[in-house]
Design a protein around this ligand. Sequence first.
Ligand code: G3P
Ligand code: MG
Length: 244
Amino acid sequence: MTQVICHRGYSGRYPENTLLAFRKAIETGADGIELDVHLTKDGKVVVIHDERVDRTTDGTGFVKDMTLRELQRLDASGGKSAPQRIPTLEEYFSLAVPAKLRTNIELKTGLFDYEGLEERVWDIVRAFHQEDRVIFSSFHAQSLLRMKSIAPEAPCGLLCSGQLADPCSTLRELGLQAFHPWFLRVTGSMVRRMRDSGLEVNPYTPNDPATLTWLLSLGVTSVITNYPGQAMALRRLLPGGTKA
Ligand code: G3P
Ligand code: MG
């Protein structure tokens, strides 16, 4: 059955990538959570989407130029809730580990290389004994290849907003296990070929009911959505859609 992964936590209703959004995601009973990580000036792994803090907090500047202490003084609620701090990856796992869900850690290395990010992320995953519950993804293949060299057993998914002629062979050549396409690039034959090859297809970010139903019917491995409650309700309506 297709898994439902909460994009940046339950970001459709709560401030993205905050402990509040993660707690609400867990409360839905969804299968997993997707989050984005960057490295601070003092080498800490923090959960935030953009390279800059400007869009999602009341501060300004690059994450890489600020210490954790400076970052955690900011309010990441966006006025949608009581004040929220930018969480560390450790704070996320402290909350999420008991829920036993899958965590999709997106390595945001597209603009800055964040030397050592992959090592630090893997150390944290190991410290929380989450090796079998994580999947890494990135738009930056180089970052995934670095992760594979550190943790060959860790599943890694290539994020892609554009059209890839033959994603199966690209993944095979790179030694990756999953394809994370923009949802409008998904086709039935892509899903069949991937699944026949034992590869995952995890589209982002379908949010409307028609698209979610279409992807669930195709049998993608997971949907990465802002509205996990809606996705699970739609999944229950499909044949065989009730969780065992
Ligand atoms: O990992 C899926 C999705 O999060 C990728 O795009 O920009 O939301 O991080 P973005
Ligand atoms: Mg992301």
